[in-house]
Design a protein. Sequence first.
Length: 188
Amino acid sequence: MPTANRPEFDATLATLTETLGTYFLDSGVPPDAVESYKKCLLNIQGGKLYRCSTVLDTAKILKDDDLTAKQTQDLIILGWSIEILNVVFLVWDDIMDGSITRRGKPCWYRREEIGMMAINDRCLLNSAIYIILKIYFKDHTSYHDLVELFQDTALQVGIEKYELITERKTTSYTFYAPLALPLIYLQL
């Protein structure tokens, strides 16, 4: 991943974390539960950000590097949404495989204070995707298509690709979705 994008990606993740925290506080979720949720979001840090980079880089190629600041920010947000989806499946995979570490740290479910609450955290992470889409894209012409892409991708992972994923540990959310998101967002 080009290092020039990393600070922008990290700043966007910090904003998303705060936005999600505020969303839950405004929804009446107790502050301690919101802090726990924010800790859960730490699972998306430390990856290579291939999906996030692919979303932005694909859009730049499609638009000959002629993206507005808003489009760039929106595409980074969509890229983080794919990264979150990746972590949703990694949390499950770690539990199913009995994995010990992920990205050089103890797996989320292996942390003493987490345990099998990781299953609930995985559900919360999945919800974060749709909350992000609602907050940032509900007025976008392609909102419905963006939501459907995430739903279809998750369903495909859950049903059609089980054997492929267990064998190769990756699927369409790594290859197809990061390329499809900019096409849908840019309406190309």
